[in-house]
Design a protein around this ligand. Structure first.
Ligand code: 6R9
Length: 663
């Protein structure tokens, strides 16, 4: 798929050897650049990683036009590369172009390599993985597409997918893309209430689910949850039900057994011709900060950006097995378990289980068994596994691994080092990838970089091609210079960015475009190092303000594990490693010493509460607003807890907090 370097014939390289050294470097670099990225052959003299980066930002249109022509199969070529005005929240890419996303993810690979494995379904039951080739996935997708069409689903209709990570869920997403419907995947751990909110907001007419889910050895009653949810969703006309377990579930007149009906469908399904800017999917944000927003992603720009970042950040090559651990209910699952790898003709793992089922060696057993080359996980899982010790890792052969990725939260130095040294045996670069549901794909990551370029632990570091990060001060001015912190904004549009919030463009503009007119505001804070590398310091709405000093949550978490606070007096919530045997009073003193030494005296916690666990979203992000409410003793406004991973954690913390204050 990737063009080979066409540069040096033998005589050129011989003559280069006798030329002056700067030219030699230039010559080799140019050659390497074209081998590295075939499109760059047309970029006239651009060489090296930094040359490509500069070109991608300063000649953004030429850059993305070449990439889009090369990487996507078009039914009709686009006529305009972009038409964007960030200040008005207007974002359009590749207009005039027509394509079908499922054809890009399936048909074109079926033509060249039908028997290549597209999906490896790592089922909850260890050692029972199932492989699906591109041909099989295309057939499954076509059957679902035809079925949806036969049941009246039309271009532009919204289909809600409430399923665990499984091949039929992927086929359902791609079937929507095939017939031009919009998909709305809702994480299968969400409650009936959270599901109903999302179905209603999306005005979805069709739901696809499974009878029961299986996760960590436990049965999840997904169909029953859908039954409750749809009672308050008048738009829903039909629910397709797949059988993940053998247990029958009650079916109503509205319900359709999907596998049975699929058998009646043809394995050929005419792909809809879609405009670049037609909606591909809605995805509601994880809701760590209040009412969920249905972010809208469109066809061409999203797919291109997911594929391009997947190829270059992870250095993915044909034949590699890509293991993204995220559920398909999150943007990470959309971009790096489904769309990116499939657009690149890759082999991707769908992980249905948990990192500690049946034991804390699950990930590494899977790496050995499936021969995973790129492993992409979340800091919360890495920290969890680190607490169980190295034996669980060392038991398994991890020599297939080439790149390790991290996403979702800042990765603290301790977790980064463990990931790099223990898991990757100091062989594999660790890419700490910063991005958001809103950005569609990775925006800042240590890779790609020049071959010998450094990687700093716990830093996302380098903007991806086409991304121009800036830091803003409190007055809304761009901060120049390095060794400085500010609000992270992106100064230029890129193809993968969300186009709007479903049914609420005004909210999109107010949230992302108005805070810093002309820029996309990420809501995160960042530090730019002396060398110009970026480090994400956490959500700006979580910034701790101690006597006028602003401290990012990541800074403190790096020093003392995890904390939060309220304005008068700093409260720290601390989770201890397993089997730590120390006096709490002793440890409190030590933690205070660490904070005053590593951050500042004024940042020392006034109260330290030891807890078993923190309230987290299902994707592993700490719900700081809940901790804040506990500290403020404002228990009536804890807000929507239905998206919490384990609501019992909140009760434990409230109880512990009462005890702490009564001491
Ligand atoms: C992909 C994803 C987005 C928020 C984002 C930021 C945090 C993600 C991070 C990171 C530090 C990283 N975040 N990656 N913070 N370093 N490498 O997680 O999307 O669920 O929308 O969350 O997650 O705060 O703004 P999403």
């Amino acid at each position: 798929m990737w063009l080979r370097c066409g540069c040096p014939s033998r005589s050129v390289s011989t003559s280069l050897r006798v030329l002056a050294s700067p030219l030699r470097v230039l010559g080799l670099r140019r050659c390497n650049t074209a081998a590295f990225m075939p499109e760059s052959a047309g970029f006239g003299g651009v060489s090296g990683r930094s040359g490509l980066q500069e070109f991608s930002v300063s000649s953004s249109e030429s850059f993305w036009a070449a990439v889009a022509r090369h990487r996507l199969s078009w039914i009709r070529p686009f006529t305009a590369v972009q038409d964007c005005d960030l200040s008005r929240g207007r974002i359009r890419w590749f207009e005039g172009g027509k394509l079908n996303v499922s054809v890009n993810c399936l048909d074109r690979h079926v033509h060249t390599c039908p028997d290549r494995v597209a999906l490896i379904w790592e089922r909850d039951e260890k050692g029972t993985e199932v492989r699906y080739t591109y041909r099989e996935l295309l057939e499954m997708t076509c059957r679902v597409g035809n079925l949806l069409r036969r049941h009246g689903v039309k271009k532009g209709d919204c289909v809600t997918i409430y399923m665990p990570a499984c091949p039929l869920a992927v086929a359902s997403m791609l079937a929507c893309a095939r017939i031009g419907a919009t998909h709305n995947v809702v994480f299968a751990g969400f409650s009936a209430e959270a599901l109903a909110d999302r179905i209603r907001d999306a005005q979805s007419s069709t739901v696809i689910t499974v009878n029961q889910g299986v996760r960590g050895g436990k049965i999840l009653e997904l169909k029953k949850t859908v039954d409750i949810a749809v009672q308050s969703c008048p738009t829903v006309q039909q629910v397709f039900v797949a059988m993940r377990t053998d247990n029958p579930v009650a079916m109503t007149a509205r319900d359709i057994a999907i596998e049975e009906e699929m058998l009646k469908e043809d394995v050929v399904c005419e792909p809809a011709t879609m405009n670049s800017e037609d909606t591909l999917f809605l995805l509601y944000t994880s809701g760590s900060t209040g009412k969920p927003k249905g972010l809208v992603h469109t066809q061409a720009g999203y797919l291109l950006y997911a594929a391009f970042t997947h190829r270059y950040v992870f250095n993915y090559h044909d034949g590699d097995v890509f293991g993204c651990m995220a559920d398909i209910g999150w943007i990470t699952g959309h971009s790096y378990a489904v769309y990116g790898p499939l657009a690149n003709g890759g082999t991707t793992v769908l992980f249905e289980s948990t990192p500690i089922y049946p034991d804390p060696g699950r990930y590494w057993d899977m790496v050995e068994r499936l021969q995973i080359n790129q492993f992409y996980g979340a800091p919360t899982a890495i920290r969890l596994l680190l607490r169980f010790g190295n034996e669980w890792v060392n038991k398994y052969d991890r020599s297939s691994l080439k790149t390790l990725g991290s996403v979702g939260e800042p990765i603290n130095t301790e977790a980064w080092e463990w990931y790099y040294r223990v898991v990757g045996e100091e062989r594999c670069p660790v890419v700490d990838t910063w991005w958001q549901t809103e950005t569609g794909g990775i925006c800042i990551a240590p890779k790609p970089s020049d071959p010998d370029a450094e990687i700093v632990p716990g830093m996302a570091m380098r903007p991806f091609f086409g991304i121009k990060p800036v830091l803003m001060d409190t007055e809304g001015k761009v901060i120049s210079g390095n060794d400085t912190s500010g609000a992270l904004c992106l100064a230029q549009p890129w193809p993968g960015m969300a186009r709007t919030i479903h049914n609420d463009h005004q909210r999109f503009i107010e949230t992302y475009c108005q805070p810093y007119p002309g820029y996309f505001f990420t809501g995160d804070g960042a530090y730019r190092s002396v060398e110009g590398y970026y480090q994400i310091t956490g959500r700006l709405d979580d910034v701790i303000n101690v006597s006028g000093h602003r401290i990012g949550t990541a800074e403190i978490e790096d020093a003392v594990v995890r904390t939060t606070n309220k304005p008068k007096g700093v409260f720290a919530f601390v989770v201890l490693k397993k089997n730590v045997d120390v006096e709490e009073a002793d440890l409190s003193r030590q933690l205070n010493d660490i904070v005053s030494e590593k951050i500042a005296k004024h940042a020392c916690p006034d109260f330290i509460q030891f807890v078993q666990r923190l309230p987290k979203t299902r994707s592993g992000k700490i719900m700081r607003r809940v901790l804040r409410k506990v500290v403020e003793l404002d228990l009536d406004s804890l807000g929507d807890l239905s998206t919490l991973d384990d609501p019992a954690a909140v009760q434990e913390i409230i109880q512990g907090h009462r005890e702490l204050l009564s001491k």
